[in-house]
Design a protein around this ligand. Sequence first.
Ligand SMILES: C[S@@+](CC[C@H](N)C(=O)[O-])C[C@H]1O[C@@H](n2cnc3c(N)ncnc32)[C@H](O)[C@@H]1O
Length: 509
Amino acid sequence: MSASWSEGEVSDLGYTARLCHQLSPTHIQFVAALSGITAPVPESPFHYCELGCGNGSILLLMAANFPHGRFVGIEDNPVQVARARELAQRAGLNNVVFLDNALTELDDVAAEPFDFIVLHGLWTRVGEAERAAVIGFLRRALRVGGISFVSYNAYPGKAAMAHAVRVLRELTPTGAQGGQRARIGRMLLQHLQDNPTGPDTAIPGFADAVKSILALNDGRIAHEYINAPWSAVYFTEVAASLNEAKLGFLNTTILPLMFNDSVIPAAYREVFLSLPEPGQRQLLRDLLMNTSHRRDLFIKGATPILPLDMAALRETVYVARAPLVESFAAECVLPIGSVNLPAGAEKLFARVREHTLSLAEILSGTQDEPSTTFAALRWLLLSDQVAPFRSPEASQAAAGITRLNRLALDMAVSIGEGSWLATPATGGGIQLSVLETLLAAGTVATDANGAVGFVTERLGELGRGIQLETGQIIEPNDVPVFLNKELPAFIMIKMPELRRLGALPAGHA
Ligand SMILES: C[S@@+](CC[C@H](N)C(=O)[O-])C[C@H]1O[C@@H](n2cnc3c(N)ncnc32)[C@H](O)[C@@H]1O
């Protein structure tokens, strides 16, 4: 078992989920389809595993979104496992299980092969023995044709941070508790910040890395950088490890980076194309973009999509306006620089603004040549204005989703945090701010008229005010005044979006 959860003063520090919609089978299949590779179909039964699932939020919302899928979460922190299990049980989700196994204890997990095995924020937070265990598990438990998602701290972009972390890990007393080491490390980093000499001038980005560490409290510094392993790796190292489990690189899941021509400047195209190996090309991309974090898909046995299967696939792959995008932007900034989108992009954006369309519908509903329409779609994806969606039928809030989202809101209100909500329309979820969480909880529990009264009463019961990034609202009389001021914009803009995404039932106040 890793020491990360149990040491000293940070042992009860729950890992705050950063929702990653790219873990959704819908997103994964979409990336594979655009890369010309066959992937497990998210609307048929599938088996999905997350290693290092933290508090389980991603698995919970996916279990609600995909009742026909079966989900397994592996996590060695029993506090996180207990919370995840309780929420699953209270939401009535019986298609997800959470196991309190360490990565080095995976031998007894599921004989049945998985279609997806995902690791988000894990690979560069564990040691060599755990990585070897993950490779063994991928070798044994991912089916042929199955896909693995791996996210990790990457070089060269994390180089300056790696130097700063080394100060924390190697210039503080290794026998001491994490909190004490964080305090000593903070003093050292503070000294380096106040007296900029060697590393600051010699290592680009070092000062920024130090500043970002000093912005955290000691508990957080210990949790992030001292108690558990922290590292950064080159793409080629990850690819070589996964190759031992017979997995090959498929593509990045970050849509704006999916196509090489939006990443490689003209001056580098020739040298880029001269590199024979996909891994070499990814390495050059990372050097050109100074990549600091990657989210990659690897597949066990890539099968190209056959032309005769293409028509059926176009019927089942859907897109719509990306979540939270309100209007069309004609210009987008990509690694190669600022680009003006072609006229067709605005026309296509208008079509998917309020409607989810399959690729087949997109092609058949226009007089334009398919190549023009696909080019427009590509630009909308690259600029994050259009995203993969599920079919309109699959996008409706089912009973399991309504139950889970209510519980998530209630839990977040009780601890004064922002909530996540499952969004069946994308097969993923959405993160709300503290204020949005309060207003959503109030609207769901009553209606738009009763929302402010409900939230005020609930906060009164909890003896709490509203903790915003800009400060606190504590006075009992100030709470309803503030909420009433914010409610109209929430009802006009956010609620319709939450309904479109299926987070709240259609027609809800
Ligand atoms: C950075 S968090 C990511 C959590 C989750 N994947 C997410 O994105 O919300 C890494 C998680 O891996 C877990 N972990 C670390 N080492 C582990 C090990 N050896 N076995 C099982 N879980 C481990 C940690 O407890 C932590 O919850």
